[in-house]
Design a binder for this molecule. Structure first.
Ligand code: SF4
Ligand code: NI
Length: 676
């Protein structure tokens, strides 16, 4: 048992000595905030020995400032932290994290520091933090202990290993300091305001294992000034340090900081948290999969009257997971039925889109795409732990109830794995999809002054923003302008926000200053301009959910479109999946755009690039799917005969074949203004 008071005194003394002999300071990596804690507390931009002494003095020998300066001396000397450690977290990453704090997908921040006496207790604490929506930073011996227990670390798991020593815990405070300056309007040097912000607004807690040096204890103790509760796991005793047994540490810390946990654990044999949303399940890791062309799969959420369904009921129709072969693809229908007094039919597609997020919350379940294009995987690890199809239903039923308490009184889920029944149910679902698409027909972009954004996919593609207009549905095909509007009504702080168009900058490309401003902000400063109707100039960013990719083919002066279901090589020389890998992740790639199928039928399709006459190639199945509607559209636009001039893989598979075909067909793209 260490008396904190004595350790702090000796730690402060030794930090002071080391500060006196500090020589060269190297700044931290990617940041505009210098040494952030020093900067926030004193306003001094510490860059050399002299300024470090100034800052240290001005902050009355604050141990955090000493640690920050000393660590920066070391960082420079030793270069980057070795794997798995992150070291200093740059501003870009931080901005993204700040956004999650604002929208509530992260409830608070935790620092876990020191070396646990036994490995298991660290794993337990970290899992609890994950399940309670906390973002956790790790410093010192706790990192190897977690690795030994097989706990996965990294930003995607919300467990961030800062560094190998307790001193690296100082990076936790430099994060809080920057959040205060970035989001909290704290001016550097306004000490009182910073301390007030840290104490009142920063939802931060510190959990301390044994094994810290006196200096490290002094640094942790200084964090009390910032209002962080310090939870000691029994090894340290002293004023302001709360002793707790490991199994109560998280709860006590969160209570002390007033972080209200709204999440209850879902009784299924795998973890369930947004902490797992960013993970993927690779082919080697999967036990079974559903959809993505290898089997039939779809999802549908429909509304029922109150009393018609039983809350929490989960039904599996067809074989359970134990009857499925390892590595196999199986049919799956996910049907979620919801009821509630405030529920409206219009809300269905918006809620349906949440299936994507919720399935990904499962530690061993993974989901991409939407409607009848879904692709779901369940991992071997999860199946070994006893996860069954029914648990996916349980997860969905629970999450819908938890996340929409005002809206839903009852949720029941049916999972169909019987091939024939999946096919039949999918037919009904397709009618519903069509009805939904029809609702928005006839509305024009100029009829409204507000578009809607969607940033649901920022968990995967942190700077990605979809701007959804009446004539340009979201690239995933799952969210129309109307859906965005409704989603905003249901949850005004959610992922769909109104976007005021503002002044028209370029009518052809569909560029507006209001949209640009919005995209700049929502992309964390990454994207300055966004044209709604152009593939070539400032196209919208892509996450990974697009139904189709549109890309230019300079050789034929045209644009081709390939949809997710098409498995072959396109005339671009690439398959859909190669293309998807090239353009996803939230980047803006001129010449490429992620689009929905329905956008092809919009009057705005390719408007900025010369209109639908640029369309030179689409897969035959997609052509067939769109045939009636597309032909009607083309005739209406004064292009009879154009439909036949659009090639597909039966007419051309290479760029040479395509060129020859387009020349024979006298396709208009060949004589249009050059694309590039
Ligand atoms: Fe939202 Fe766009 Fe993702 Fe669809 S693709 S869920 S619209 S961010
Ligand atoms: Ni996406």
């Amino acid at each position: 048992m260490t008396e904190v008071k004595n350790a702090v005194a000796s730690g402060r003394e030794s930090l002071k000595k080391r500060m006196q002999s500090i020589l060269v300071l190297h700044g931290y990596g990617e940041t505009a905030y210098h040494l952030p804690v020093s900067f926030a507390l004193t306003g001094i931009d510490v860059r050399d020995r002299a300024s470090s002494q100034d800052a240290y003095l001005r902050a009355s020998n604050n141990p955090i400032i000493a640690a920050e300066c000393l660590l920066s001396e070391k960082t420079g000397r030793e270069g980057k932290e070795p794997s798995p450690y992150t070291g200093f977290i740059g501003d870009t990453v931080l901005r993204k994290l700040g956004y999650s704090l604002v929208d509530g997908s992260i409830l608070g921040l935790a620092l876990v520091i020191g070396t646990p006496a036994n490995e298991g207790s660290a794993a337990g604490i970290c899992r609890e933090l994950q399940e309670k929506y906390m973002l956790t930073f790790l410093a010192g011996g706790v990192v190897p202990a977690l690795q030994q227990s097989g706990v996965k670390l990294g930003l995607e798991y919300r467990l961030i290993p800062l560094g190998s020593t307790g001193a690296h815990g100082v990076h936790f405070t430099d994060i809080i300091a920057r959040v205060a300056m970035m989001f909290g309007g704290v001016t550097p040097g306004d000490t009182a305001r910073f301390l007030k912000y840290a104490a009142e607004r920063a939802k931060a807690i510190v959990i301390v294992f044994p094994g810290l040096t006196d200096e490290e204890i002094a640094v942790v103790d200084a964090m009390r000034v910032l209002g962080f509760p310090i939870i000691s796991l029994g090894d340290y005793r002293g004023e302001g340090w709360v002793e707790a047994p490991p199994e109560h540490a998280v709860r006590q810390g969160m209570e002390a900081k007033g972080i209200r946990v709204t999440v209850t654990a879902i009784p299924i044999p795998m973890g369930c948290s947004p902490a797992f949303e960013g993970k993927s399940i690779r082919k080697e890791e999967m036990y079974v999969e559903f959809g993505s062309g290898r089997s039939t799969a779809f999802e549908l959420l429909t509304m029922r009257n109150v009393g018609e369904i039983q809350d929490g009921q989960v039904t599996v129709i067809g074989p359970e997971i134990d009857a499925m072969k390892e590595g196999s693809a199986n049919p799956l229908g996910i049907i979620v039925e919801v009821a509630g007094r405030s529920m409206k039919k219009d809300y269905e597609p918006v809620l349906e889109r949440r299936i994507h997020n919720f399935v990904n919350y499962g530690e061993g379940s993974w989901h991409v795409a939407q409607r009848d294009l879904i692709w779901v995987r369940i991992s071997k690890e999860a199946v070994a732990k006893g996860v069954k199809i029914t648990h996916i239903g349980k997860l969905l039923a629970s999450k819908f109830r938890m996340d929409f308490p005002q809206l839903l009184d009852a949720v029941s889920v049916t999972l169909i794995t019987d091939e024939k029944k999946v096919l039949a149910a999918r037919k009904d679902a397709e009618t519903v999809y069509e009805e939904r698409d029809a609702r928005i027909k006839g509305m024009r972009d100029e009829d409204v002054d507000t578009y809607y954004s969607c940033t649901l996919c920022q968990t995967f593609a942190p700077n990605h923003v979809c701007v959804i207009t009446p004539e340009r549905p979201a690239l995933c095909g799952a969210i129309s302008w109307l859906d965005g509007k409704i989603a905003y009504e249901i949850s005004p702080a959610g992922a769909n926000q109104p976007v005021k168009k503002g002044t028209l900058l370029n009518a052809r490309n569909g560029e507006f200053d209001g949209v640009n401003r919005f995209v700049k902000k929502a992309s964390h400063g990454e994207i300055d301009r966004c044209s709604l109707y152009s593939v070539m100039e400032y196209p919208m960013t892509c996450c990974g959910c697009f139904e189709c990719v549109a890309l230019m083919l300079p050789e034929v002066n045209g644009i081709m479109v390939v949809n997710r279901e098409f498995k072959g090589v396109t005339p671009s020389g690439m398959t859909f999946s190669t293309l998807a890998g090239t353009i996803g992740g939230g980047a803006q790639t001129p010449g490429f755009a992620g689009i929905s199928k329905n956008y092809i039928l919009s009057d705005r399709f390719l408007q900025g690039d010369g209109g639908i006459e640029r369309l030179v190639w689409i897969p035959s199945a997609l052509k067939e799917e769109l045939k009636d509607r597309l032909q009607k559209k083309l005739i209406g636009q004064g292009h009879p005969g154009l439909f036949e001039k659009i090639a597909d893989e039966t007419l051309a598979t290479t760029i040479e074949e395509l060129t020859a075909f387009l020349e024979r067909a006298k396709h208009p793209s060949l004589t249009m203004k050059p694309l590039v």
